[in-house]
Design a protein around this ligand. Structure first.
Ligand SMILES: N[C@@H](CCC(=O)N[C@@H](CS)C(=O)NCC(=O)O)C(=O)O
Length: 215
């Protein structure tokens, strides 16, 4: 198989990549990396695959390219397979669309991911890593900050269906793994306060790609 993905199938970042692959209708060989056993911290993994000891990593035997960071991987997939499956990112040559796409990518990484991933850490990963109990006051504070963030999303999404404009892009899909992860801890309720955000969110979750990844 042309594409090999080192990852842990249920990990949020691996799911981000698998969603983009599914949108493109691409098959991938998953090479399991057992995070619980610390396989991502072995010296061969750190030296040969991912210097920071994280998943996922994509190897493309056709181009010889090996790349890590889930968002960079999805951009690579969107660019290499432009014209196949869902178009996930505008080209640089479309100056306006590209500018708004970069803006949307930055929104997700700056305002959404830090809060959602910290909630996931407090509620699940903290205990799993032996770092202690959930700090519920911190979770509440993170959710309050996320509410202010979603107010911004509501302003954007009341004017256009997707974060970058009229078309779905990787910037929208990038929200799925952590958004779905924190749904049971209060995200579903929070989203329901914002009609345009809710429509956008439900639309993302209903995509065949996401259903495939979470099946
Ligand atoms: N920014 C990176 C984050 C990678 C990351 O944090 N991966 C997690 C799984 S979602 C991981 O490998 N955790 C294992 C560890 O930190 O030891 C990306 O998007 O790929």
């Amino acid at each position: 198989m042309t594409l090999k993905l080192y990852g842990f199938v249920h990990s949020t970042c691996t799911r981000r990549v698998r969603t983009a692959l599914a949108e493109k209708g691409l098959d991938v060989e998953i090479v399991p990396v057992d995070l619980a056993k610390g396989e991502q911290k072995t010296s061969s993994y750190l030296n040969d695959l991912q210097p920071f000891g994280k998943v996922p990593v994509l190897q493309d035997t056709e181009t010889g390219i090996q790349i890590y960071e889930s968002r960079a991987i999805t951009q690579y997939i969107a660019t290499k397979y432009r014209g196949q499956g869902t178009d996930l990112a505008p080209p640089e040559s479309d100056l306006k669309a590209f500018a708004y796409y970069q803006q949307a990518l930055s929104i997700e990484q700056s305002y959404f991911d830090p809060l959602a991933s910290q909630i996931a850490y407090e509620k699940v990963f903290k205990a799993r890593k032996g770092h202690g109990e959930t700090d519920e006051a911190r979770v509440q504070s993170l959710f309050s900050q996320l509410e202010l963030t979603l107010e911004g999303y509501e302003r954007v999404l009341s004017k256009q269906p997707y974060l970058a404009g009229q078309q779905l892009t990787l910037a929208d899909l990038a929200h799925l793994p952590y958004g779905a992860f924190i749904e049971p801890f209060g995200f579903t309720e929070l989203v329901s306060k914002f009609p345009h955000v809710q429509k956008w969110w439900e639309g993302l979750k209903a995509r065949e790609s996401w259903k495939k990844v979470t099946a």
